[in-house]
Structures are given as C-alpha cells and as structure tokens.
Design a protein around this ligand. Structure first.
Ligand code: LIP
Length: 265
C-alpha cells in the first residue's frame, strides 16, 4: 500500500499548480519559435512565474520551512530543520527550444538529509514521487531500478557541460570510456528527469558534474527509494555540496564509478 505523507501531498499539489501555467507558456514558446526574438526573456519570466507559484503554495502549507530556489536563492525559515529545494523548470534549454522534455523539481530536506522528492513532467502529467522509507512511484506505479548487471548492456544518461561550465576536457575522457563499454549514452537535458529515469529503470545509470542542488535534490530520493545508489564521484554522499552525481542501479553504480575514475586517471 502506498503511504503518502502530508508533505508529499503538498509538494505534488504545488507541482501540479505550477505545471498548469508552464504548459500554457510552453505552448507560447512553440509559437514564438517562429519569430525567435525574445524567447529567452519569455522563458525567464515563465521560470520566475512558476517559482512564485511554488513558493506561495509551499509556504502556505508549511509557513516555517526555508527554501533554496533556483531563481530566488536561499530563503531562511523559522523552522531551521526543514528546507524546500526547488527548480521550477529543470530543462530550461529544452523549454526555450520548444523541446518537450522538462520538469518541476521539488525536494524536501530535513536536517541536511533529503527525505522527499517530486519530479513532475507537466506535459505528460507524469508525477514521479518518493519519500524516505516509503518507496518511489510514477503516478501510482511503484518504481524499481533496472536489473541489468552488465555494463555492456547498460544505457546511461549524462549532461554535457556547455559554454561557461567547467570540465569540458574531463567530460570527453569520461564519455569515451563510457561509450566504449556500454550499450549507449543519452543526453536528455534535465537532470531531475535523468534521475527519475534511473529510478524507473528506463536507464541503468547517470552521471554529471557541476550541477546545482535544485537539479538533483528530488531525484536523489527517487533513485534511493527505487533501490538504486546515488553518490558523488568519490562514492560519498556529498552530491549537494560538490555538484557531482553518479547514479545507478545496485549492480552498476560501483562499476560506473570505477570506469569514470579510470577515465580521469
Ligand atoms: C539543467 C540540467 C541539465 C544540465 C544543465 C542544467 P536547468 O538545469 O538539469 O540536465 O545538464 O547543465 O543544469 O538550468 O534547466 O534548471
């Protein structure tokens, strides 16, 4: 039986509400594509609008909790142990280009530990959600990471660092190592959905460096609750601190870590 806490219901409600505006705005972006001018300004305002809705909904339900927001930064709350970690549109570049792959990501942290996560894809009404000790779900279906054991059968996702991001040369080394040893690599453009896909067993692993806490906070809970592993590149749990993430099913996570380490040596 699925047990959903009041917190999780609040998170899901907020994501749905922000998602409704986002679907309308995405429709506008698709039209704007024709004229090209002003798309990024429009998307920035869509991002800010969605964040405002999320902040309103979450603080209405839990007035004391703090926030870490992609646009608004750190907002201290009276309750020092709880913090929402929020990315209103994860996959902004996709959104700008009219590519239908982006999500609302909301994580809940308690005393430095991620305890609940929601990754909501508004275009398909896909609600990935999970809570510590309660499992991970896509809508009502329980999620389980894939059972593949061999790297040569694995499909992985990653993020390619772009202009202004560090680590281009290291990324190429890692990619070569992974390409040579696996069945395929995908770059979808939304870290939170990459993690949700690992949780759902669609992909067998994921790695990316130098991303932000709001890109990964919710997805971390999903992968763990689906029976997978998420660490930084040293196998430690400081992903939110250093921005580096390696996720995988229980068989492949350590193999992926070893492969990536060798690639950088
Ligand atoms: C994006 C990620 C994406 C990553 C980008 C960026 P945003 O988040 O989810 O997969 O590779 O570098 O951080 O900016 O769309 O919220």
């Amino acid at each position: 039986m699925m047990v959903r806490s009041a917190n999780l219901n609040v998170m899901m409600g907020a994501a749905r509400k922000a998602g409704r505006g986002m679907v309308r705005d995405f429709g506008e972006v698709e039209k704007l594509q024709v004229s090209l001018k002003g798309t990024s300004d429009f998307v920035t305002s869509a991002d800010i609008k969605a964040e405002k809705v999320l902040r309103q909904e979450l603080s209405k339900a839990r007035p004391g909790f703090g926030f870490l927001l992609e646009e608004g930064g750190e907002v201290a709350g009276e309750d020092k142990s709880h913090r929402w970690i929020v990315d209103p549109i994860d996959g902004t570049t996709n959104f700008i280009h009219g590519i239908p792959h982006f999500a609302v990501s909301i994580g809940l942290e308690r005393d430095g530990e991620m305890i609940a996560g929601v990754v909501y894809e508004p275009l398909t009404d896909s609600m990935f959600h999970g809570e510590k000790g309660q499992g991970a779900f896509l809508n009502d279906w329980r999620l389980r990471v894939s059972a593949r054991r061999k790297l040569d059968e694995a499909v992985l996702t990653t993020g390619i660092p772009h202009r202004g991001r560090p680590g281009h040369a290291e990324f190429i080394k890692e990619l070569v190592a992974v390409m040579e040893n696996t069945a395929g690599v995908r770059r979808f453009g939304s870290a939170s959905l990459d993690l949700a896909y690992v949780a759902a067993g669609r992909c067998d692993g994921y790695w990316e460096r130098a991303i932000k806490p709001w890109d990964m906070a919710a997805g971390i809970v999903l992968v763990r609750e689906a029976g997978g592993y998420v660490t930084d590149f040293d196998g430690k749990a400081d992903m939110l601190g250093n921005g580096d993430v390696v996720a995988g099913n229980d068989h492949l996570h350590s193999k992926l870590l070893t492969l990536l380490k060798k690639a950088r040596a």
